[in-house]
Write a protein that binds this ligand. Sequence first.
Ligand code: ADP
Length: 598
Amino acid sequence: MHLKFSDRMILYNVLFFIITFALIIFLVIQGITFQYINGAREQLMTMGQDVNLYVTQEVGNKKEAPRALFEKNAGQYASYLAMLENNRTRLFDLEGNTISDSLSTTDGLNLTKELKKAEEAKAPAMTLTSANSLTTVYYVSPVRVNDETLGYVGFVYYLEEMDAYFEMTYNLFIFGGLLGLFFLIIAVMTYSRHLVAPIRDLTKISKEITAGNYNVNIHYSKEDEIGDLTQVFNQMSGHINSVVKQLKSERERLASVLASIDDGLLAIDAQGNIITYNSYIKTYFNVSHPETIYDFKYQSFLRDIFDRLKKGKEHISEEIDCNGRNLLIIGSPIHNAGFEENYMLLIRNISATKQLENEQRKFISSVSHELRTPLTTIIGYTDMLQRRGVEDKNILNNSLSTINREGHRLLRLVDDLINVHSFDQIAFDIKKTNVDIQALLHDVVEQMRIKAWQKEIEINYKSDESLPEILGDYDRLSQVIINILHNAIKYSEKGGIIEVISTLEGDSVVISIRDYGIGISDTEKDQIFNAFYRVEEDRARSEGEGGAGLGLYIVKEIIEKHNGELSIESQVGEGTNITVTLPLMEKTIGSEVSHDEA
Ligand code: ADP
C-alpha cells in the first residue's frame, strides 16, 4: 500500500505511542500487582502465624496428644479461625485430607497443589490464580505447635482490592490512551503539515522548473535543516536559471549569426540528420523544416556532396544551377574534438555575381566596339586625307567634320568611362554651390540645340517666371540634362520636337524633358537606369550614336547625390518624358548638414 509521507508519519507516531503506552501499562500493572501480591503474602503469612498461635494455645498443656486434639477439634478451630481472619478456612491432616472447612459448600477451589508443595517444602506454599474471574491467592501453611506439624491450614484469599483498582486503572488507561491518541493524531497532523510544507513547496517548484519556469524561489525563514535545504535549492534553481538564460542568449546569438549570414547554411551529422540550418535554406530549396539530408528530394547534389564528405573529402566547392539560380555549394567537415564528425554545407547565391560577370563581358565587348567604330572612322579619314591630299573644299570640310564628330563621340565615351570607378560604382566629386537652375537649363539647351539641328530637331524651353536657386554641382547637373537630352535627340525621328519645361512645385524644382521619339517598353523602363543596360544594342548602335549604357545610370547617381528624384513615363512609338525633381536650397542645406555630421 502506498502511503503519503504525512500519513506515514501519523502511522509511525501512533504505533510508537501505542507501544510506549502498552509498555507503561505493562510496567504499572507489574508494579501494582507486585505490591498487592506482596501485601497479600504478608497478610497470609500473618494469618498462618495466627493459626499456629491459636492452635498452640488450644492444644498446648493438654493431656491429649496435640495432633489428635487438632484433628478432633478441627471443625471448631476452622469456624473460629474463619471468623478471626474473615476468610474461609480449611484444615487438613498430615495426609492432606480435609478435616474441616469453615464453609460446607463444595466449590471448585481445590488446594491440592499447594498442599503438596507445603508438604514437600515444610513451609507455606502460595499460588496466584484467577478464580471466578477474581484474582485469588491459594495459600496452604503447615500448622505447627512446638516444632511439630499437626496438619495444614488453607486459605483462598481474594485480591478484590487489586481487581477493583485494576478495573479503575484500566478504565483510566483506555480513556487516557484514547484521549492521548486523539491529541497525538492532531499534533502529528499539524506538525507533519508544518514539516511537509517546505517539501510540498520544493515539489511544486521542481514541477515549475520541469515545466521550464526557472525563475522560482522558496521562502523559508528559519535557520534549520529545512532552511539549509531550501537555501541550497534556491541557489540551485538560481544557477539553473542563469545557465538557461546564458544558453538561451547563446542560442539566440547563434541564431542571429546564422540569420545574418547572407548564405544558406546547413549543418549535418554523420547519419544525415540536420543539426541546424538558416532561413536561406528554405528560400533556396523551398523545403520547410528539413530533418535529414534526404528531405531535400529534388536536390540530389546536396546528398552527393554529403556522401563525398563522409567518404573523407576535406573541401568541396561546386557551382550548381537550381531553380534558375546559380548556386555555389561549399562543403566541409566540422571537426569537433571528442565528438563525431559533422558536416557543413554553405550555399551562396552567385546569380548576381554571374550576371555582373556577364555584363562586364558584354560591357568590355561593347566598349571595345564603341571605341573601335569612331577610331576606325577617324583613322580612315585621316589616311585618306594624307594619301590623297584632297583639294575639294567640300570633301575636306565633310571629312574634317566627320573626324570632329567621331572625336566628340570618342570623348563622350571616354568621359562616361572616367565616371565609372569600377564596373558597378561611380566615383563623383560633387562640389555644391548656389545654382540658378534656369540659367543652367538655358545654357545646356543652347549647347544641345546645335546637335539637335543636325537631325532637324527643335528644342523648346519653357520655364516658370522665376525659380529659386538650388544647392548643387553645376557641372554634374548640366551633365544630367545633357545625358537626358542626348538620348531624347538620339531616339527622336528626324524633324521632331523636344520640350524642356521647368516649374516650381512646393519645395522642389521639377524639370521635365519630353520627346516624341521611339519610346521605351514597360519592361525596359525599370532597367534603363542600371549600369551598362542598353535597349536593343543594335538599335542604339545603328543610330551611330551608341553609348555604353551608362548615360542614365550616371544621371540616376547624380540626382540621388542631390537628394532628388527621377521618374520616367514612356510609351513605345509615342515618346518619352523624363522628370527630374530637385529640392530647393533649404531642404538641400538641411540634408547637407546631416550628411556632414554623419
Ligand atoms: P546609352 O549611353 O547607351 O544611351 P543610357 O543609359 O543613356 O545608355 O540609356 C539606356 C537605354 O535606354 C538606351 O540604350 C536606350 O535604348 C534607352 N533610352 C534612353 N533614353 C531614351 C529615350 N528618350 N527614348 C527611347 N529610348 C531611350
